[in-house]
Design a protein around this ligand. Structure first.
Ligand code: 5GP
Ligand code: SF4
Ligand code: MG
Length: 460
């Protein structure tokens, strides 16, 4: 999911949030929403669909206020329905609260049971609503916003990057491991106004300058007095999701002091060094495989070419096509360029193999277009385990690398050769402490303990 937050009296906060969400659209295409506060009064608009489908001038015009939070959703818990759209709004003793969540709790069941025993009510099944309700319940015990929020976060286990709006101000929060990203930016206004976004591309679009990350286990509280910081957890131990670096975040976003484009170029170069192949051209699977393909080409000296054209108007998810359309498969999204591929030995680069269905169809399309050899190189290791922290990499039984060797995958997707980036290489190329990343979907080594019953729901 994508989250956004802004405190900027005097600015059109709804419109700025709309633009921020537009840049974070790749993080979730199922639903979108914005909540603004106009003094004590909350205004909310959310619906199923893309940001551009959910909002127009008129709906944005009905969202006045001094501060706002927004969300783009990609469902990992709770079905894809409008009741599960965010921001979640709950009523408390101190007024309304609107919350936008990226990540996934692993103790939702226990948390809901605790809150039900306090007579709290729910309208959805999401972990995100449970966090909002927990804060509300702590407020209703007599605590202030900050104290209540901190007590509620202590009850949450798992991944959560949050933006929260109250009548008083906006909070930005990360779980103690900082699994999902969250950054702070400043608007060039007097006084300085603060903005929160999942990624720096959400700041760039509104002309905000990147200030810094919200730290793991940190809460920033943005009010009329400016920004205050609280380290609410003593157990900070950074475990940023490596899949954000590899695939999920936009290449123009900055993480760890550089654009992800630079990181992805580097792992492409490394892949060429680790697993070379003899070929005439290197191509990438648009869009996520392109930077690594360019890196592979640079390091190998094999010319980079565009061999697949992507329809820019098909999202990562789209309305279910008919059976006939489904059989024509990826053609709706990717079309091979015959003139480029005919008679060529091709190296094709993608960022990851999850189920293996995309790869098989792409390889067939390349051969149909005249490629005489197809070597596939993947800029991440085999995905062998499901994610419990907010990326929908599916249940383990759906993951091709969970049960098949590289040689078996190679045969199944029909390539002449197949190689994956090494786990070591992926982490070393970050130029950061390898221990500061989660890479559980490649190893099964989960850095935040997952309760047995939750694990069993997704593991073979
Ligand atoms: P698959 O092997 O599952 O058929 O497809 C792998 C492709 O899906 C890669 O190109 C990668 O960019 C993309 N991908 C990787 N992880 C995810 C994910 O969590 N969700 C979606 N929608 N696509 C993903
Ligand atoms: Fe990211 Fe994989 Fe860890 Fe999930 S399991 S947080 S996708 S690295
Ligand atoms: Mg892709």
């Amino acid at each position: 999911c994508g989250v956004f937050g802004i405190y900027a009296p005097g600015e059109d906060v709804a419109k700025l949030t709309y633009f921020g969400l537009y840049a974070l659209q790749h993080r979730g295409q199922e639903s979108a929403g914005i909540a603004t506060f106009d003094g004590d009064k909350v205004h909310l608009h959310k619906d199923m669909g893309l940001v551009s489908q959910v909002f127009n001038e008129s709906s944005l015009g009905h969202l006045p206020g001094n501060l706002a939070v927004g969300h783009t959703r990609y469902s990992t818990t709770g079905s894809s329905r409008v009741v599960n759209a965010q921001p979640v709004v709950v009523e408390t003793r101190l007024g309304s609260l609107a919350l936008a969540h990226n990540g996934n709790l692993v103790n939702t069941k226990e948390l809901r049971e605790e809150l039900l025993s306090r007579n709290c009510e729910f309208v959805s099944t999401t972990d995100s609503e449970a966090i909002a309700v927990a804060i509300g319940s702590e407020v209703d015990k007599g605590k202030g916003w900050l104290e209540a929020a901190i007590s509620a976060f202590a009850m949450c286990q798992g991944a959560f990057s949050l933006t929260i709006a109250t009548p008083k101000g906006v909070m930005g929060v990360r779980d103690p491991q900082g699994v999902r990203p969250l950054v702070i930016g400043t608007l060039p206004t007097t006084p300085v106004r603060y903005v929160l976004a999942s990624e720096t591309c959400g700041l760039d679009i509104i002309g905000a300058e990147f200030l810094r990350d919200v730290e793991p286990g940190e809460l920033v509280w943005i009010t009329e007095e400016g920004m205050a910081s609280f380290h609410w957890s003593q157990q900070q131990k950074r475990k940023l999701c490596i899949f954000e670096m590899i695939y999920f975040a936009r290449p123009d976003s900055q993480m760890e002091g550089e654009s992800l484009y630079s990181y992805r170029l580097r792992i492409g170069r490394l892949l060429a060094a680790e697993s070379p192949a003899d070929a005439d051209i290197v191509i990438g699977v648009p869009d996520s495989g392109i930077p690594a393909a360019i890196g592979f080409s640079q390091a190998s000296g094999i010319p980079y070419a565009e061999g697949l054209i992507k329809n820019r108007y098909v999202g990562r998810t789209f309305i279910q096509p008919t059976q006939t359309m489904r059989e024509s498969g990826i053609r709706m999204k990717l079309n091979p360029l015959k003139d480029v591929l005919e008679g060529k030995r091709v190296i094709i680069i993608d960022d990851s193999i999850v189920r293996g269905t995309t790869s098989r169809k792409i390889v067939k399309a390349l051969r149909d277009a005249g490629a005489i050899a197809v070597h596939m190189r993947i800029s991440s290791p085999p995905v062998t385990h499901p994610c419990f922290y907010g990326i929908d990499t599916d249940n383990q039984d759906q993951l091709i690398a969970a049960t098949k060797s590289v040689a078996e995958i190679c045969a199944q997707i029909g390539v002449d050769s197949l190689a994956f980036l090494s786990w070591d290489g992926m982490l070393k190329a970050t130029n950061e402490d390898p221990m500061s990343f989660c890479s559980a979907c490649f190893t099964g080594d989960y850095p935040i303990e997952v309760p047995e019953v939750v694990k069993r729901s997704k593991l073979i």
